[in-house]
Design a protein around this ligand. Structure first.
Ligand code: FMN
Length: 351
């Protein structure tokens, strides 16, 4: 309620990227205050065992995490965990630091509860992110690391570029994501074609498998893939023994500003892709659902449809800082109301 008022009276009038930068800085500051962070974590993070889920050998305190793109440089993951996210996917991180596209590159579509972005993987690069990820932590946080291609690297050298990031970051990640689905790096989504994706994923998997804990590897796909291509990626993921698929990234199917659209308008297609993937892979690999998740009903629906983990970004922009904590609390109530012992029992129930 309070956030809605602040949003409608103040935030929506400010430049979207300026608000984003301010929020990351505030959370990075919070990350330097261990006591405050611990208190927030105690109050807001999911603690009830009934909310816990395990995926690819990693224990998550709750199924709802923050999707990639907010904490691009791994600057404030602990603070985000303290606010109630069950995991934080940092990145997209590229092997070489890069400024991203010219501004403006982030636009709110308030009436649609959506966002368009063409950030273009602005980030300080894999070495800088690795330095941050090595810092000691004062609250628990599950961190996924999402990697992408450096813009100036040609498509023919993409594999080496991803491998360089993976070598730096896989040892520091609870899971690693190969992002081939962002619309704002020219040619990136071509890598979703199985003929290009197979050698890329094979090479990155070799690196992920070689870390002391064997880092789980996932691939993140676009909602704009044709259904047959969704199936093809699912088959490839099974063939290569990947740990999971994240569906979906933003869509380019809209008539607004150039860039990827996220939030409410993406909900139906994201759910459709999840259902398709579940029909193809069953529970053989983990499905992570992202796209238009706004409230506990959406999270519940994704779990029932077969997602083990659910991610949100735009829903958080409109829902406010306590969004994840609030949803986890409601989810716990729902689990109990359905007479389930754990949220895990809901996964795939309607699949
Ligand atoms: C501003 C913004 C930046 C994003 N940056 C990335 C990114 O760097 N890498 C990535 O894999 N996805 C990125 N995404 C996509 C989200 O991770 C997510 O897949 C997508 O927004 C759908 O979820 P949502 O509807 O809850 O926002 C970004 C999304 C937004 C809104």
């Amino acid at each position: 309620m309070m956030y809605r008022l602040v949003f409608s009276q103040v935030l929506r009038r400010l430049d979207a990227e300026a608000v984003h930068r301010f929020t990351v800085s505030a959370l990075a500051l919070l990350a330097r205050l261990p006591l405050v962070k611990r208190l927030l974590h105690r109050a807001l993070a999911p603690h009830d065992p009934a909310l816990r889920v395990t995926a690819f050998g990693v224990h998550f305190p709750g199924p709802l995490g923050l999707a990639a793109g907010f904490d691009k440089d791994a600057a404030c993951a602990e603070a985000l965990s303290a606010l109630g996210f069950g995991h934080v996917e940092v990145g997209t991180i590229t092997a070489h630091g890069q400024p991203g596209n010219p501004r403006p590159r982030l636009f709110r579509l308030v009436r649609q509860h959506a966002v368009i972005n063409r950030m273009g993987f602005n980030n300080a690069g894999a070495v800088a992110a690795a330095r941050r990820l090595r810092r000691t932590r004062s609250v628990p946080v599950v961190i996924g690391v999402n990697i992408g291609k450096t813009k100036v690297v040609p498509e023919s050298e993409a594999t080496a570029d991803y491998v360089a990031s993976a070598k730096e970051l896989a040892p520091l990640a609870d899971y690693l994501v190969v992002n081939v689905s962002s619309p704002n790096t020219p040619g990136l989504r071509n890598l979703q074609a199985v003929s290009l994706l197979r050698p890329l994923l094979t090479a990155v998997k070799e690196v992920a498998d070689a870390t002391p804990r064997r880092t789980p590897l996932l691939v993140k796909i676009a909602p704009d893939l044709a259904d047959e291509d969704v199936d093809a990626v699912a088959e490839l993921a099974l063939e290569l023994g990947l740990d999971g698929i994240i569906a979906t990234n933003t869509t380019i199917k809209h008539d607004g500003e150039t860039g990827g659209l996220s939030g409410r308008p993406l909900k139906a297609r994201s759910l459709e892709v999840l259902r398709r993937l579940r029909a193809k892979v069953g529970d053989r690999i983990t499905l992570v659902s992202a796209g238009g998740v706004e409230d506990v009903d959406d999270v519940w629906e994704r779990l029932l449809a077969g997602a083990t983990l659910v991610q949100g970004y735009t829903g958080w922009v409109y829902g406010g800082p306590l969004w994840a904590a609030h949803i986890h609390r409601q989810l716990l109530r729902r689990v109990r109301r359905h007479g389930l012992k754990s949220v895990t029992e809901a996964i795939g129930r309607t699949a």
